[in-house]
Design a protein. Structure first.
Length: 112
């Protein structure tokens, strides 16, 4: 996500794990990145990057907990717990894994 703010990235080539010694547990990829012509309109890049790291720091983290911790660290304004509870089930989705893809039934129509 952070890379996509600053550059257009695409996989140029996949590299099978057997191309390395010792053989790792995962396959690899060569990624081509082209810098974007303009920077995104973000006031405080350090704060924004800290928020991104927090959002993706642990697997299966509930969004409500992430927002609470982000507010405690001063990365976002504090949100009253009652306001979060009022959002009900809409707030109870989990962040998708970074390395995986969403199953077809969880994808947004028309999204890449």
């Amino acid at each position: 996500m952070a890379v996509s703010l600053y550059a257009e990235a695409r996989i140029a080539r996949y590299v099978h794990r057997t191309s390395f010694y010792p053989v790792p547990d995962v396959d690899s990829a060569i990624v081509l990145m082209r810098p974007r012509p303009t920077r995104p309109p973000i006031d405080d890049y350090d704060r924004f990057n800290s928020l991104l790291r927090l959002l993706f720091s642990q697997r299966n983290k509930l969004l409500m907990g992430v927002l609470r911790r982000a507010a405690e660290k001063g990365l976002i304004p504090r949100v009253e717990e009652a306001s979060l509870r009022g959002l009900g089930k809409a707030m109870r989705w989990r962040l998708p894994p970074i390395r995986g893809h969403l199953p077809a039934d969880r994808r947004v129509e028309g999204a890449a």
